[in-house]
Design a protein. Structure first.
Length: 162
């Protein structure tokens, strides 16, 4: 198989427990490049938020650091924020996640990057919510579609990085 072609069009979504969702996506880039796209503000702003114009109001990539991104989309302005709980460079980020559209409904998001033998990277993102209803609300409000649009924009950024 040609790794440049063998990229899933969509992230694989599952619900491994009544309060979690799990997204898995293969990216056509080495783990170091994916990490770079996820941690350098100039690159992050090109793909996070579905590739729409993004204002990074805060980005303190340290344990306890605060992040806040504001997406400017055709359907309005969407703010997201959280605090970093754990950072293992090029491997793992754990943070809280809150969307302004569902204030005080905070999830804990764990993102891991696994280097694959063929040079690609497996991204796994698991979100743990306080209740099943909060998880289901996030899923029903279009989180899956928005995440897939963001990953498509990430593919374009990674391709441009070479």
């Amino acid at each position: 198989m040609n790794p440049a072609i063998d990229i899933p069009a969509r992230a694989l979504l599952s619900t491994p427990s009544d309060r979690e969702y799990r997204l898995e996506r293969i990216l056509n880039a080495k783990r170091e490049r994916v990490w770079q796209a996820m941690t350098e503000p100039a690159l992050l702003a090109q793909w996070w938020g579905r590739g729409n114009p993004l204002v990074i109001e805060r980005f303190e990539l340290v344990r306890g650091g605060h992040w806040r991104f504001v997406e400017h989309a055709a359907d309005g302005v969407h703010g997201f924020e959280g605090r970093y709980r754990e950072i293992v460079p090029i491997e793992r980020i754990v943070s809280s996640f809150e969307w302004d559209g569902m204030p005080a409904h905070v999830a804990i998001q764990t993102m891991t990057l696994e280097q694959l033998a063929d040079g690609r990277t497996k991204l796994v993102s698991i979100a743990l919510f306080h209740t099943t209803a909060e998880r289901d609300s996030m899923l029903q409000l279009g989180m899956e579609e928005g995440t897939n649009q963001s990953y498509e924009a990430l593919d374009r950024v990674l391709s441009a990085l070479g």
